[in-house]
Design a binder for this molecule. Structure first.
Ligand SMILES: [Zn+2]
Length: 211
């Protein structure tokens, strides 16, 4: 039991790795490069390839890959060079060393670590941008799908609506937040009213609900 507790407290960034490297990936024709670090050389190599080709991975939009694609270059035409080897250090320490190296090359325009020469955005900004675009794409898709679905099933949907209307005609329902009642057909008016919103906010504060 004690052991489990101790293990849980160990952060994976604090684990000591026997061999770590800082490396440089250089595209052979253009000379653009990327500086990275790894605790597992072999794994990192294959990750670079999947990152470059797999649009669904967030790292697909790393400035280095973006720049490679923009210049019609390929991850397979890159040289791999070890800048420095470290023994028995943690991921955390390795990251610090990596940062120092990246800083050294900061003003070199062939360096693709932080900013993309193409978009002028930082890595994080690019990832955020891509996520936002993806979200919009999904929204559009859903809209289109709903429209098509409605057109195909128009009669059925209208019939269901009519049935529901008849069933609930004159029915009263209660709002447990505002402790009041209203006609079923007015429920949207109630739930979107200022009064309900205000009461709902108070309810959330009272019950420690964070959204
Ligand atoms: Zn209410």
């Amino acid at each position: 039991m004690e052991n489990i507790e101790i293990n849980q407290k160990i952060n994976k960034y604090d684990i000591i790795h026997p061999k770590c490297v800082i490396y440089k990936y250089t595209e052979l024709e253009t000379g653009i490069y990327y500086i990275g670090s790894t605790t597992n050389k072999k794994q990192r190599h294959s990750n670079h390839k999947s990152d470059f080709y797999n649009e669904n991975l967030p790292s697909y939009n790393k400035p280095f890959y973006v720049e490679l694609r923009r210049q019609n270059k390929n991850i397979n035409n890159c040289s791999y060079e070890i800048i420095k080897k470290y023994y028995d250090i943690s991921r955390k320490e390795l990251s610090k060393h990596e940062e120092e190296y990246i800083k050294l090359y900061k003003n070199d325009e062939l360096n693709c670590n932080k900013y993309s020469a193409y978009t002028g955005l930082t890595q994080l900004e690019q990832i955020k941008k891509r996520q936002l675009e993806k979200k919009e794409e999904i929204k559009e898709y859903n809209k289109k799908f709903m429209r098509e679905y409605y057109e195909l099933n128009k009669d059925k949907i209208l019939e269901q609506k009519r049935k529901k209307y008849e069933e609930n005609k004159g029915k009263k329902i209660e709002c447990h937040i505002c402790k009041c009642s209203f006609l079923y057909h007015n429920k949207h008016n109630h739930y979107y009213s200022q009064k309900h919103k205000k009461n709902f906010d108070l309810f959330k504060i009272k019950n420690n609900i964070i959204d």
